[in-house]
Ligand binder design. Structure first.
Ligand SMILES: O=C(O)CCC(=O)C(=O)O
Length: 302
């Protein structure tokens, strides 16, 4: 069985820079099987109707020609992803960085087509979240083929995780765009470029600024990411992420329609299954959500 344990120096480097590159973490067979699952799910357009498959860029340009395709929560559709030895191994690495309470939060497949100038813009993952909630997370990113500057490897701004969440905007200022970009508050000159071989990965913190360049190669560039985090709690700062207000995302519409079509029960069952019963803050959030639902229903019925 393969084991992965971070050295003290690697942990220190992560805490200082907000990211690390790890070599030979996954076996060839593990990457091959991730790639096969990703290929199949993306080919079948899994998750599109539920709003989980979407383009980072405006979808109006045609869903058949995405610039950066993301399938979030593929493990909802393919449970073997969660049951894999790789996932358990990476959870143990996340526990070294975050503490023993770190658990799996979510996963995603990314596909950047061949010969595209489209980039994954500079962003902090935390900018996508609810500002009232403190997310203490790490993102483990596995490329599913070797990556370099030529096909869009990851780049990071060291130390950016120690500052605040910087102002973001939907890409190109278009509120229908799923992706966010950060244009101020950092210098691109500081970027560290991280080419990787098959089986290597990067790990970055939720607030680390990162970017992946265009794919000028002849093959699509695939990646699989796993996010691990500590139990959620209320943010200690009063903050707002106005870039998430007034978005008109087609994926949200699809998710809503899918919920209406399937009815309330499948949605409720998933929530109940995934609920963190040991975290009092989740109970508070749950009660608030139910109260809002009841109030909304009453208002609608009045
Ligand atoms: O694969 C990519 O291009 C982007 C990945 C990313 O931004 C992330 O996992 O947070």
């Amino acid at each position: 069985m393969k084991t992965t344990t971070l050295s003290e120096a690697q942990c220190e480097s992560f805490f200082k820079d907000g990211f690390i590159c790890l070599e030979k973490v996954a076996k060839y067979s593990e990457v091959k099987s991730l790639r096969a699952v990703g290929d199949r799910l993306l080919c079948e357009k899994t998750g599109f109707d539920q709003g989980m498959l979407f383009d980072f860029y405006p979808e109006g340009e045609g869903q058949d020609k995405p610039k950066l395709l993301q399938l979030s929560h593929p493990s909802h559709f393919e449970h073997s992803l969660l049951e894999s030895e790789l996932c358990s191994r990476m959870q143990r690495v996340a526990m070294q960085l975050l503490g023993p309470e770190a658990r799996f939060v979510s996963d995603s497949f990314f596909q950047k087509p061949a010969h595209t100038d489209a980039v994954t813009p500079w962003h902090q993952d935390e900018a996508f979240t609810d500002p009232r909630i403190e997310h203490r997370e790490v993102n483990v990113w596995f490329p599913l083929q070797p990556v370099s500057l030529a096909n869009g490897c990851m780049q990071f701004i060291p130390g950016s995780h120690l500052g605040p969440v910087l102002p973001h905007e939907p890409i190109g200022g278009d509120p229908t765009t799923h992706g966010l970009e950060c244009a101020t508050g950092f210098s691109i000159e500081d970027a560290v470029i991280c080419p990787l071989e098959l089986g290597d990965c990067t790990i970055h913190a939720g607030r680390t600024l990162h970017f992946a360049g265009p794919n000028h190669s002849d093959e699509p560039r695939y990646a699989y990411s796993m996010v691990f985090g500590l139990p959620r709690r209320a943010s200690r700062e009063v903050r707002s992420f106005p870039w998430n207000d007034n978005r008109k995302l087609s994926r949200d519409e699809r998710a809503h329609e899918a919920r209406v079509r399937a009815g309330f029960w499948p949605y409720l069952c998933r929530r109940v299954r995934e609920f963190d019963y040991t975290n009092p803050y989740e109970w508070r959030l749950g009660v608030t959500r139910v109260a809002r639902l009841i109030k909304g229903k009453r208002t609608a019925g009045e």
